[in-house]
Write a protein that binds this ligand. Structure first.
Ligand SMILES: [Zn+2]
Length: 249
């Protein structure tokens, strides 16, 4: 048994008279102590397992990082609050679409668009299944929208790709493998279509340039002249998009 095994899972520290809850997460990969805000707006301290870091050192580290912590915890709480306020809507291609949950005599939960809203049908007494159905709806529509956009943009840019993969990634909106497999996070589909198109152009441009060189950005600009605006949009609203597409639990 090492000292690390004695770490409490949940803890709290008072910073500028504000009690801050945090979770300690042990990591095999981490090399140093790291701070993160998880998708539930909770502060996480990532502790490398391979280094025996004594608990008082962690508290000292948290106090050293108090500005970062206060700023980011506050930001995350604000985003979580905004997401809760909109829990009766889904964000789809930049539009707020109302959700209507209907209990029905069926075994499975489904979510389908209808009359300007998302109709979610759940078995009687099983409203808890709505989130899962909405998540499935996003994935399905993300795939069809992204497949269409990638085909359109690839032909416009005169590039070929091997296939598209749609994932649940929260850290990356898209990526392009050396084998020309384009991967996208289905969460991207909550963003306005122009932003989705920019990410598609960005990943396709990586087929030609496996880097972020000037030549790469010239290609992006040629097919998406306003790309800088969309980059800024994603930086500004990315966390909210992630919060609005968090259907776990
Ligand atoms: Zn890139």
């Amino acid at each position: 048994m090492t000292a690390n095994d004695n770490f409490p899972e949940r803890n709290s520290i008072v910073i500028d008279s504000k009690p801050i809850q945090y979770i300690i997460r042990k990591s095999k990969r981490a090399k140093h102590l790291q701070l993160q805000i998880n998708s539930n707006a909770m502060l996480e301290v990532v502790v490398p397992i391979r280094r025996n870091i004594p608990f008082p050192y962690i508290e000292k580290f948290l106090l050293e990082k108090k500005r970062w912590i206060l700023r980011n915890v506050q930001k995350a709480e604000e985003i979580a609050r905004k997401a809760r306020e909109k829990s009766n809507y889904i964000l789809f291609l930049g539009r707020e679409v109302p959700i209507e949950i209907i209990e029905s005599e069926r075994k499975r939960a489904t979510a389908k668009p209808g009359a300007g809203r998302l109709i979610v049908k759940v078995p009687i007494g099983r409203k808890d299944l709505a989130k899962r159905a909405i998540r499935a709806f996003y994935k399905k529509f993300a795939r069809s929208i992204l497949e269409r956009l990638v085909r359109e943009k690839a032909s416009e840019m005169n590039l070929s790709f091997s296939r598209i993969s749609v994932r649940s990634n929260k850290m990356q909106w898209g990526s392009c493998s050396p084998r020309k497999v384009l991967s996208f996070s289905w969460r991207l589909i909550a963003a306005p279509q122009a932003v989705v198109e920019y990410i598609v152009v960005h990943e396709l441009a990586h087929i030609q340039h496996n880097n972020h060189s000037k030549a790469f950005w010239r290609t992006v600009q040629k097919y998406c002249p306003d790309y800088k605006k969309y980059e800024r949009w994603l930086r500004k609203h990315g966390d909210l998009i992630k919060a609005r597409t968090n259907f776990n639990g």
